[in-house]
Design a protein around this ligand. Structure first.
Ligand code: IPE
Ligand code: IPE
Ligand code: MG
Length: 259
């Protein structure tokens, strides 16, 4: 690895390794929905003596690589945690950088995403994001709304608890208006009031950066997801890591409470 690669930790593709991993994957048993907690940007930067912003910027490269990989594998859903309802606690400057990066990412990538038949969605309280971010998102929804390939869902100002609270409010409202019977509330009704309505639950949830927690991501939807952790920080996370996660996923026995 060259000097600058060491500094910036650019993970170069390794075609031989990728090929070997690809051969180990059963294309008929791919996870339908992969969700990723994109964590570790700050630590990636700190280890290189760079500002946190450099870590976030490098993280966008990983997102690009992983979206491309999921799309070409034929994965149907990829959901990425980009900003939590708790991330507002960070210094305003960092919040601004993250919002600007979102606008920049969508602006730069939208056309290519569209060409690759990717449909962009978002979950979270989008109406509280800065106007520029909302505009970039609605442009992306409009352009890619009819695409039928990978559904890329960006979790932005997303909190699993807030999502459930909002669902409870909506359901209670319907009961109060006499449109829904109390007895008719079941898991299906709850599902239909979540941001993720119409999406299957994640089969595989990936958290890089070595943290072993969920951090308020997809709480309801993760009930039977397979969890996969990696010490690799998000800006260094590449195709090979995703392929490894899928291989491990395919070795798991999912029982859903049965035998
Ligand atoms: C993930 O990286 C990005 C967001 C949460 C928005 P972090 O910024 O959390 O990076 P660490 O965890 O401090 O390394
Ligand atoms: C989770 O990462 C949220 C996102 C990746 C967007 P955090 O860095 O915010 O999580 P904690 O604070 O370590 O739990
Ligand atoms: Mg973090």
């Amino acid at each position: 690895m060259g000097f600058w690669n060491k500094i910036f930790g650019k993970s170069r593709p390794n075609p031989a390794e990728e090929k070997e991993l690809l051969a180990a994957i059963d294309m008929n048993k791919l996870p339908m929905h992969i969700a990723i907690i994109m964590d570790g940007n700050g630590r990636w930067a700190a280890r290189r003596g760079l500002p946190r912003a450099a870590g976030h910027r490098a993280g966008v490269e990983s997102l690009r690589d992983i979206v491309k990989t999921c799309s070409s594998l034929g994965i149907k859903y990829l959901t990425v945690y980009a900003f939590s309802t708790e991330n507002w606690k960070r210094p305003q400057e960092e919040v601004n950088i993250l919002m600007d990066l979102l606008v920049e990412y969508l602006g730069k990538e939208m056309r290519e995403l569209h060409q690759n038949n990717v449909k962009v969605r978002a979950i979270g309280r989008i109406e509280e994001l800065p106007a520029s971010a909302q505009k970039a998102l609605s442009d992306a929804f409009e352009l890619t709304g009819n695409n039928t390939g990978l559904t890329l869902t960006l979790a932005l100002n997303y909190g699993g608890r807030l999502e459930i609270v909002e669902a409870v409010q909506k359901i209670a409202g319907e009961v109060l208006k006499g449109r829904l019977d109390l007895k008719a509330i079941d898991e299906k009704v709850v599902n239909e009031h979540l941001y993720t309505v119409g999406m299957p639950d994640p089969d595989l949830v990936i958290r890089p950066s070595g943290e072993l927690r969920i951090s308020n991501f997809l709480l309801w939807q993760m009930a039977y997801s397979e969890l996969w952790y990696s010490p690799v920080l998000w800006p260094s996370f590449r195709k090979v890591h995703l392929l490894q996660a899928i291989i491990d996923f395919q070795k798991r026995q999912r029982r859903f409470g049965g035998l």
